[in-house]
Design a protein around this ligand. Structure first.
Ligand code: SF4
Length: 366
């Protein structure tokens, strides 16, 4: 099948008039563009803006990022989620210092050899920062092109993504790829939205097959997501002499290099209280008495959901040592803010701080 080009000039003209005023659109600094592109993956623009400013203030250069203490880096990323992104950023920064004189390489192909640079990030940085003529396909671009060309194939399939990349490449204006990529993504984010797209205000509505067929709601076609498993987690805020016990997760894997309260997944045969006791003993070697439940937090990760139950626990016996974590520490409540915790644990900390304003039961005075 032969596909026709759409009116890219209309799109670029619309973009020049309607684009949002975003800080990373005012720079040509490749490092700044790279940081913004990584932060924007899976994260809303409004959430990213303050993180972007804070991050660049704290780590203004690739060198500063490469040399940043892990704790400071994770603290700066705390709350943004998908923490592997922060770890990959630093890994790539170290490679850049070692092998590229502290600069980003200028082509999509060479960028792809760096940790955390997938097809999208490599293409977006290469086109925006270095002017390479390549199409960057994110979720917005997938949706826009699936509608423009009425692509009925499942958008989750790699073959569909590759077809859409070819269509985007067909439409690229040579020498203006960065602007083109941004315009497509902006259209997807503000006009060609997943629900209720504003087709009457769209600069491409005359070219749009889905709109012309009055079938916009049929595109893109997305197969149902497989149901993700749910886990019940019990964690303990173990108290001893006015301090609580926290553990640093292993460096890699889910939530790597973040701090947390000890605990873990409930087995089918046990109660949450038994789970809490067992997990704390297994992780830290400490025996506890489990008391009041102070928080129940629901959270969804990419591949599973959790319900996290947080219990106050009194230290009973045993010497705390890291059995499955990098490090464990006893810290005062007011010191918790110095450590980077995952989102679900942050909700627990809030509940704990509120709770600590009330009298603590005798059980926990020991
Ligand atoms: Fe999207 Fe509607 Fe524009 Fe087509 S006409 S690209 S469906 S906003």
């Amino acid at each position: 099948m032969t596909y026709k080009k759409v009116s890219v000039e209309n799109l670029l003209e619309w973009f020049s008039k309607h684009k949002r005023d975003l800080p990373w659109r005012k720079t040509k600094n490749p490092y700044h563009i790279w940081i913004s592109e990584v932060m924007l993956q899976q994260t809303q623009v409004a959430t990213v803006v303050p993180y972007y400013h804070r991050f660049l203030e704290k780590f203004p250069t690739i060198k500063a990022l490469a040399e940043a203490p892990t704790d400071e880096l994770m603290k700066c990323w705390e709350g943004l989620g998908y923490y592997a992104r922060a770890r990959n950023l630093q890994h790539a920064a170290k490679t850049l210092m070692r092998e590229h004189g502290g600069n980003l390489p200028r082509t999509r192909e060479s960028l792809q050899s760096l940790k955390g640079f997938g097809a999208y990030t490599s293409a977006s940085v290469a086109s925006l920062a270095f002017g390479e003529d390549c199409a960057a396909i994110d979720g917005n671009a997938l949706r826009v092109f699936a509608r423009l060309y009425a692509i009925a194939d499942d958008i989750r399939l790699p073959a569909t993504k590759s077809k859409i990349e070819q269509l985007a490449t067909l439409n690229l204006l040579k020498g203006r790829a960065g602007e083109f990529n941004e315009a497509v993504m902006e259209l997807g984010a503000t006009v060609c939205t997943p629900k209720n797209p504003q087709c009457s205000a769209c600069p491409l509505n005359q070219d749009c097959a889905a709109f012309q067929q009055d079938a916009v709601s049929s595109y893109p076609f997305k197969s149902a997501k497989p149901k993700i498993p749910h886990k019940e987690i019990a964690i303990g805020i173990v108290q001893r002499e006015g301090k609580v016990l926290i553990a640093l997760r292993p460096p890699n894997g889910l939530l790597g290099n973040l701090w947390e309260f000890p605990g873990g997944k409930k087995e089918a045969h046990e109660t949450l209280v038994d789970c809490c006791k067992r997990e704390i003993a297994e992780e830290t070697g400490v025996q506890v008495v489990v008391g009041e439940r102070i928080a129940v937090v629901k959270h969804t990760y990419t591949h599973f959901k959790i319900t996290l139950h947080a219990f106050l626990c009194a230290y009973q016996s045993g010497e705390a040592h890291p059995k499955s974590s990098q490090e464990i520490r006893w810290v005062a409540l007011h010191e918790l803010s110095q450590f980077a915790f995952p989102k679900a644990n942050q909700s627990v900390i809030k509940a704990l701080l509120l709770r600590s304003e009330r009298p603590i039961p005798t059980l926990f005075d020991a």
